[in-house]
Design a binder for this molecule. Structure first.
Ligand SMILES: [Zn+2]
Length: 344
């Protein structure tokens, strides 16, 4: 199994192809996220064919809304389409003009590139490009099946979280400042600090991490969710207990590299983990999960590399040394009973 495609080959499902599209690969603009969110909004569309003039206002609205939060929505500095969205936000052009111009300028590359991950197209298509024949895109049965799955809401939340991470990284990277992501334990939010030492809140750590675990508990693979109203809302857990944070050589085992999402049973249930050390095979699993974060590029890649090592072997031995050190401090270790097959 190739390293690059392992994420979806290990459990080839529509949800995981969708997640691969959103989480992995390099982006030069945020249009893929806007398209994913527009498709979510239009999932009850009565026809399979969505005309570009129907898609344009929904797509452009997402971009315009994000420009208000973060003015950097592409790596290149000039974009006529983004300027139009900015003009719309200032009330200088109408929604109708924005939509019309979005049909002309807003979809360059994004329709073609949407299904590409690591240079290849994923095997499942969620729409087919029929712009030449029908002035639109045709939603596929795979899209409709995906949209009927309850996880579609989590997928949409994950898209928003990924978008926030990417745009924040672009925004702060202008002065070649390396964007490091930190976690706030109190409110379960990811944040970063600008070159001027200003703290910026980015997104919920649950929303940002759920996709890399395919919506499953890190330990037992039970289904979890990021829906705050649900009983199955994920707990954010420190893999190595918090009190061990200075165990690893020179670097604390803290931050995103040590954060996983767990079900309540594993984290604090009758047979839960609490302050014990997960068994060694779970350290391997954490390493694999962290490599998924690395492959999703900006800005988690930089964060993980700074915290745990530049090369893959370095990162592996960092976790191993943290484990060895932990064992000298805490004697009892812990493993869950599996509640599902190993999918990551
Ligand atoms: Zn669990």
């Amino acid at each position: 199994m190739a390293d690059e495609t392992r994420f979806y080959e290990i459990e080839p499902s529509r949800e995981n192809y969708w997640r691969a599209i959103i989480l992995f690969g390099r982006n030069v603009a945020s249009y893929k996220f806007a398209l994913a969110k527009a498709l979510y909004d239009m999932r009850h569309h009565p026809n399979e064919l969505i005309r570009m003039d129907e898609l344009a206002p929904v797509f452009a609205k997402h971009i315009a809304d994000h420009l208000i939060k973060c003015d950097k929505q592409a790596t290149s500095s000039k974009s006529r389409f983004l300027d139009l969205c900015r003009a719309f936000n200032k009330g200088e052009i109408t929604e109708a003009t924005l939509s019309e111009q979005t049909v002309r300028l807003g979809f360059q590359n994004v329709i073609d590139a949407f299904h590409n991950v690591h240079g290849n197209e994923v095997p499942t298509r969620f729409f087919v490009d029929e712009r030449n024949e029908k002035s639109g895109i045709r939603l596929t049965d795979d899209f409709f099946s995906l949209s009927e799955n309850p996880t579609i809401h989590d997928l949409n939340i994950e898209t928003e979280a990924r978008w926030r991470l990417v745009e924040t990284a672009w925004d702060l990277n202008v002065s070649r400042h390396v964007v490091q992501i930190s976690h706030d334990d109190t409110n379960k939010l990811l944040h970063t600090v600008t070159a001027e030492n200003r703290r910026v809140t980015i997104t919920s750590s649950r929303d940002a991490l759920n996709g890399y675990q395919k919506g499953r508990c890190f330990y037992c693979f039970r289904n979890i969710t990021v829906d705050s109203q649900s009983f199955d809302l994920a707990d954010v857990d420190h893999f190595f207990p918090y009190k061990l944070r200075f165990c690893a050589v020179n670097k604390p085992i803290n931050g995103v590299a040590n954060l996983v999402l767990a079900c309540k049973e594993c984290n604090r249930g009758t047979y839960g983990k609490f302050d014990r050390i997960p068994k060694l095979h779970l350290v391997d699993r954490l390493h694999r999960r962290n490599e998924y974060l690395i492959k999703s590029h900006h800005p988690l890649r930089e964060t993980l590399m700074l915290q745990t090592g530049i090369s893959e072997p370095d990162r592996r031995s960092f976790l191993q040394s943290a484990y060895n050190c932990s064992k000298t401090t805490i004697i009892s270790d812990w493993a869950p009973s599996a509640c599902g097959s190993a999918v990551f």
